[in-house]
Design a protein around this ligand. Structure first.
Ligand code: AMP
Ligand code: FE
Ligand code: FE
Ligand code: ZN
Length: 279
């Protein structure tokens, strides 16, 4: 009976720490497993697996997909993905292009708002990752337009903010189908106030396998509701810290391993994966 963390970001997307540093942190924290769940990439998985070799930590190949649900953007966690799959690579390459084009639009807006930053600096901050708003925020800090990442989001980049451009999102159904075809399992991330029976039943009907019960943004009431509803609806349970690194950025992300998630939840996900994709 160990503790696992099934939602962790590395520098392969918008996390601050390298996959190796995450592995080190997780081992020091006594975790039994972590899932690397970067935004729209699995590039952090192989280095983490390599660093965990010979150490008492399992690394699960995951991803946090941004998808279009019926209400708008949903974050869909995928687990047990084959990082080398060409179909997956093609999917990520398309999303990467959409994100690069979106970054151009964000910078145009920032320039109009009197806070210009160079694309070169954003690309430097992303360091090969698919570009996200946190990379733009870091570039704004470097350019001296804002004093902190938190200020960058508060003034310009937060959802609905003056420089926030929506992402081009693949349909939820398409990503569920892709992940299932590859033998993986999916979980609807941080649903917060949307975590009601109707939403969960519809997600289950669309082929989503699990729901993220434990997340730093979920209050006790949400956690209790999700713990009850998940088994009733045939959904498995996931949870994690959504760790992005330690720098204060005004966004609520817990420390790695918090809240603690029982390893039995991971075992259940793995059983489903093995049914779908026998070794
Ligand atoms: P994007 O994928 O480009 O839409 O960026 C979303 C990411 O930005 C999230 O995964 C968080 O890491 C980060 N983020 C979102 N809102 C905030 C905020 N208010 N403050 C700091 N970081 C945020
Ligand atoms: Fe993020
Ligand atoms: Fe998310
Ligand atoms: Zn996340």
């Amino acid at each position: 009976m160990g503790v696992v963390d099934l939602h962790v970001h590395s520098s392969a997307s918008d996390g601050e720490e390298s996959p190796g540093a995450l592995v080190q942190r997780a081992v020091e924290g006594g975790l039994a497993a972590i899932a690397i769940t970067d935004h729209d990439t699995v590039a952090g998985v192989a280095p983490a697996v390599a660093d965990a070799a010979g150490r008492p930590l399992r690394v699960v190949a995951g991803c946090e997909f941004s998808v279009a649900a019926w209400w708008g953007e949903l974050h869909l966690l995928g687990y047990f993905l084959p990082p080398q799959d060409p179909g997956l690579a093609e999917f990520f390459s398309l999303q990467r292009t959409h994100r690069a084009n979106r970054a151009e639009e964000i910078l145009e807006r920032l320039a109009r708002l009197g806070a210009p930053v160079a694309m070169g600096e954003v690309v430097r901050q992303a360091a090969g990752a698919p570009i996200g708003r946190p990379h733009v925020a870091r570039a704004l800090v470097v350019a001296g337009r804002v004093g902190s990442i938190g200020e960058a989001f508060a003034r310009y980049l937060a959802d609905g903010g003056p420089a926030c451009v929506p992402k081009v999102l693949p349909p939820l159904e398409a990503v569920v189908e892709l992940v299932r075809r590859l033998g993986g399992v999916t979980s609807a991330a941080h649903l917060k106030e949307r975590a009601g029976r109707g939403t969960l039943a519809r997600l289950r009907g669309m082929g989503v396998d699990a729901v993220e019960v434990l997340h730093p943004s979920h209050n006790d009431q949400t956690v209790t509701a999700l713990r009850t509803l998940a088994p009733q609806l045939g959904l498995l349970k996931t949870g994690g810290s959504d760790w992005h690194g330690g720098a204060p950025n005004g966004h609520r992300h817990a420390a790695i391993g918090v809240p603690p998630v029982p390893s039995e939840w991971l075992d259940a996900l793995q059983r489903l994966h093995l049914e779908r994709h026998p070794p």
